[in-house]
Ligand binder design. Structure first.
Ligand code: ADP
Length: 574
């Protein structure tokens, strides 16, 4: 109940007018249904038995009018409720997207992103269904039922009483079904999320899948998941439809008894059959709304689970908001300093007591075996994570004391995997700086050695990346992400060089693009290319989360038995 209350309180105000209109329509549906049952007495007694020709026209017109009204009212409520429902879904999608984007980077290293998005997709309709179910059941089904019971009481109170004595057991049985529905829904959503998550990951990594001929193994795994999901879905269907045998048997017994009693009264006691016909018509018409109401609780259970899963995401706490008096970063030289920084993703420290200074406008390269902590150092600068101990300073300002927005505006970041986003090539470069002019974007692309291949694309800068993405080579994608960094024109550049080998021509173009991007900026680079390392103003060698050597290529390469000298020899040999 609290959850449903929350769904209501968050939404009714925005759609009050629409809801009132829909409720009015639903009441129209209910009253025309009740009217059709009520008029049956006149049909049988007056038109058919008493042969009142003068009333036939009125009765017929009344019936036609009631059905027409019902049709228009049904149309009105269905369209209105769908519109409101779609608005609610859109609103929650927007809220979820903003929320998921505001989460810390760390949130996504703990949860599979493909699964998160699938859970969202599956559940977001739950909120809408919760609301619409309640509105339609109460306004249409409950009102129809009450109106029809009213007709039944007016026709034969004793018979009405007898009919409804048998109702409670049904509701008790349905309650039990509803309970089971909750866990079945949760199971089903989770398995479906696994399935779509696995599919998405496979499609994204299709090259790897094929290269390692993983198809059979993956197919077996995903097929097993799919089969489990299928079983869960079947279980839900069985549970949800389990209401039918219960309600149908009950309804059959009730209607049969009424027919028997009515026939006996007419045959033995010579009563007019009209009232009984109206009573039976009411009972028959009451059957559908009663069945829907009975099923409501079961359906509400799954809507509830869906809504709950959405709120679980929306209620995941966001990173702490910044104090209102937090100052923006003032960059003078762009000098970055790590002071006694210790950091770990979990309990294990990944970086231990790191101290270094990256001078403004110079390039500082990090070298060392993989897994030693180089990328982690870089990810602390834009505060993807905060150190457990120690400080990171930019031009003497602790980055925890300045706004994240100003900090990140001062940074351009080129990651190992060159990611492109929804939009055109031009949009993708402009993500670097939203107010960049077209001329600035082309200039950035030129400096990134991307201009020529962009022009060769069918629609040039306006080619959507969806179409182009798969046609672009790794090197080209990288140059686009370098162009994005160049367009940002930020004083600090963080560069996680791609390890994947490019062909020599691509590598040369990427290298030239990087040289342009690095000019005049403070650069922290996780270096894999010999040329980047050789040209760096300072090289910091990391091993096991600690700094083991520091110097230039010339000095470090000479150190007998030094880690850098060994790594360097390896690379030269390669
Ligand atoms: P490098 O860049 O030198 O290859 P990383 O900085 O990527 O090294 O990783 C350092 C260590 O931190 C590794 O042991 C790695 O497994 C761990 N690590 C990296 N990223 C995460 C993460 N998001 N969550 C948990 N552990 C991580």
């Amino acid at each position: 109940m609290p959850l449903i209350g929350r769904v209501f309180s968050e939404n009714w105000r925005a759609h009050l007018g629409g809801y009132l209109f829909a409720i009015a329509c639903l009441i129209g549906v209910a009253s025309s249904t009740a009217f059709t049952a009520w008029i049956m007495e006149s049909v049988v007694n007056e038109a058919l038995t008493n042969k009142r020709a003068d009333l036939v026209a009125i009765i017929s017109f009344g019936i036609f009018f009631a059905f027409a009204l019902k049709g228009f009212a049904s149309f009105g409520q269905a369209v209105t409720l769908s519109k409101i429902g779609n608005a609610i879904v859109a609103n929650y999608q927007k809220r979820l997207f903003s929320h998921l984007m505001a989460m810390d980077v760390g949130f996504y290293s703990e949860s599979r992103s493909a699964r998160v998005s699938s859970t969202v997709a599956q559940n977001v309709t739950g909120i809408r269904d919760t609301l619409n179910l309640v509105i339609t059941s109460v306004a249409r089904d409950a009102v129809t039922l009450v109106a029809l019971i009213g007709v039944m009481i007016s026709k034969d109170p004793l018979l009405t009483l007898i009919t409804f004595v048998a109702t409670p057991p049904i509701f008790i049985a349905l309650r039990l079904v509803a309970r089971k529905m909750r866990s079945a829904t949760r199971d089903s959503v989770e398995f479906n999320a696994h399935v779509t998550g696995a599919m998405q990951e496979t499609i994204q990594g299709l090259a790897i899948v094929k290269a390692f001929t993983m198809e059979d193994q993956l197919r077996d795994r995903v097929n097993a998941l799919i089969e489990t999901a299928e079983k869960r879905a079947n279980r839900m269907a069985r549970l949800s439809e389990r209401t039918a045998p219960l309600t149908d048997s009950f309804a059959g017994a009730a209607i049969a008894s009424v027919v028997a009693y009515a026939s006996w009264q007419t045959i033995a006691n010579g009563q007019m059959p009209g009232a009984f016909i109206a009573f039976i018509a009411s009972l028959l018409l009451a059957y559908d709304p009663a069945r829907r109401l009975a099923k409501l609780q079961v359906q509400m259970e799954s809507a509830y689970v869906n809504a709950k899963m959405i709120y679980d995401i929306l209620d995941t706490p966001l990173p702490m908001p910044e104090a209102p008096d937090t100052k923006p970063l003032a960059v003078t030289e762009g000098r970055i300093e790590f002071r006694n920084v210790t950091f770990g993703y979990g309990d294990e420290p990944v970086l231990r007591n790191i101290n270094f200074i990256a001078e403004g406008g110079k390039t500082t390269a990090f070298a060392g075996p993989s897994g030693s902590g180089k990328s982690t150092i870089i990810s602390l600068v834009p505060r993807f994570y905060d150190p457990l101990e120690g400080q990171v300073l930019i031009d003497g300002q602790d980055i925890r004391d300045i706004t994240k927005h100003s900090l990140r505006t001062a940074i351009a970041y080129v990651s190992q995997a060159p990611l492109l986003f929804e939009g055109t090539i031009r949009d993708n470069i402009r993500y670097g700086r939203p107010d960049a002019t077209d001329a600035e974007i082309e200039e950035a692309a030129r400096l990134a050695y991307a201009h020529d291949f962009i022009l060769a694309l069918p629609k040039g800068y306006d080619t959507p990346v969806g179409e182009a993405g798969s046609n672009l080579s790794g090197g080209q994608r990288q140059r686009l992400s370098i162009a994005r960094a160049l367009a940002r024109n930020a004083p600090i550049l963080l560069l996680d060089e791609a390890t994947s080998a490019l062909d020599t021509a691509s590598e040369l173009a990427v290298q030239k693009a990087l040289d342009n991007a690095m000019k005049g900026r403070t650069v922290l680079v996780v270096a894999h290319r010999l040329s980047t390392i050789a040209n760096a103003d300072k090289i910091i060698v990391i091993e096991n989360g600690g700094i083991v050597e520091e110097g230039t290529h010339e000095t470090l390469a000479q150190v007998q038995g030094g880690l850098y000298a060994r790594l360097n020899q390896l690379q030269v040999r390669q």
